[in-house]
Design a protein around this ligand. Structure first.
Ligand code: F0G
Length: 401
């Protein structure tokens, strides 16, 4: 199921109002989501929209990462600049708008961490009760802390993401809660705005590739839909190719892509240190498959070591991101090596989460203590250990020589 709308205004008029709204101080126009509201006109009344000024995330050139990825140029669209530090805020403002529109009082989600952080914040800001279900022991502390700070009732369930999602789908009806997971079509509508904002920032020049990590596959479904609709509305004249990158231990979509036909075979026990994408049975795979195929794109998978090293390279650009986001650069490196992406092509990689979401991972990598699931040690290839120094100027001077 996807939301569809009839023809809207002329493309030149839309481009003009999208740009002009950046100068307005009204909350709706300051939001990098609602600024593009003609592209998802599902609300009759905008007065109760809950916005934390989401979106407005930068495009950042990253020469060091470009070189590492085998490209002449690489630009990151950094969704970690969002109010709760991930791309989930783009979708959540729309999902919560729909919950309010329906008169719902309680909202719920299952999450690997970022959706819950985002939902907790938007529910709090909108005066809704938030109920969160998390896989116990398998989300980063930063994300869990956000949910607690924003006042959500938080249940850590002893099961993995896929199992809890099945559980909550049954419970939602019984408990009268509005489910705000990524199969919620209104969240998909909001996440489309990431592509509209990217194109607006590029003066509507279309990149050759948009590369993103894949977990539950809601985001690639949203990007594909947004790009198709931008083309239908005459805002752009061609589609960029979509490349989805999965972590090797949680890569059922990559396996399906390689097989080329049939349905998705879930991974029973998905594993990866990039816990945001530790998902074995992604619900949105049919939509995602359609969008990747339609764009002429591809799907790649990367190892734990490749993710960790790519992440450190993104850090060396002064940018930083969480582990799942770094799968993009690791994937680009593989795709250029295989000649799927040409080094001269324009590539935009979407960094989905903020560097501070998982600081434990960073510390372990740089101090040589990071271990992949199964106990295999991750090499600290680009490690940067802190140095313990005595309280002595001569000895410190000696250390810094
Ligand atoms: N990157 C980050 C940082 C994420 O948090 C997620 C998903 C993804 C990538 C994958 O996006 O699921 O649309 O393919 N996180 C969800 C959550 C599952 O619960 O926060 P996807």
């Amino acid at each position: 199921m996807e939301a569809t709308y009839g023809a809207t205004q002329q493309p030149e008029f839309l481009k003009k109002i999208f740009r002009e709204r950046r100068l307005n101080n009204t909350p709706l126009d300051q939001s990098g989501v609602w600024r593009y509201r003609e592209m998802f006109p599902f609300l009759e009344d905008y007065s109760r929209v809950v916005t934390l000024r989401e979106g407005n995330t930068p495009l950042l050139d990253a020469p060091i990462a470009a070189k590492y990825g085998g490209l002449f140029n690489l630009t990151f669209k950094h969704q970690g600049f969002n109010p709760t530090g991930s791309f989930k805020d783009n979708g959540m403002t729309c999902g919560v708008a729909q919950a309010v529109r329906l008169g719902m009082k309680r909202v719920a989600c299952v999450s690997t961490g970022n959706t819950s952080a985002s939902m907790a914040a938007y529910a709090a800001a909108g005066g809704l009760e938030a109920l969160i279900f998390l896989p116990h022991g398998n989300i980063s502390f930063g994300k869990l802390s956000q949910a607690l700070e924003y006042g959500a009732k938080t249940l850590q369930v002893e099961a993995n993401f896929d199992q809890i999602l099945a559980l909550v789908r049954v419970l939602a009806e019984r408990l009268g809660i509005y489910l705000l997971n990524s199969m919620n079509p209104f969240r998909i509508e909001g996440q489309k705005s990431i592509m509209f904002e990217m194109l607006d920032q590029l003066d509507w020049r279309v990149p050759d590739w948009v590369v993103l990590p894949g977990g539950n596959l809601g985001n690639v479904s949203a990007f594909g839909k947004g790009l198709r609709e931008a083309k239908d509305a005459g805002l752009i004249d061609r589609l960029p190719k979509l490349a989805v990158i999965q972590a090797e231990g949680s890569a059922p979509f990559h396996e399906l892509w390689q097989r080329g036909s049939g349905g998705l075979c879930p991974v029973k026990n998905p594993e990866t240190l990039a816990t945001a994408i530790r998902i074995g049975d992604p619900v949105s795979w049919p939509k995602a498959l359609h969008e990747v195929r339609n764009s002429g794109g591809t799907v790649e998978k990367v190892t734990e070591q490749e993710i960790a090293d790519a992440k450190a390279q993104i850090g060396l650009c002064g940018i930083g991101c969480e582990p799942a986001s770094a799968a993009t650069l690791a994937g680009i490196r593989k795709l250029t090596a295989r000649g799927v992406i040409d080094r001269v092509e324009n590539v935009i990689a979407v960094l989905t989460g903020n560097v501070l979401k998982d600081s434990d991972y960073i510390y372990r990598y740089h101090t040589g203590q990071l271990e992949a699931p199964g106990g295999v040690k991750i090499q600290s290839t680009f490690g940067n250990k802190p140095i313990v120094a005595p309280n002595d100027p001569d000895k410190i001077a000696e250390l810094l020589r």
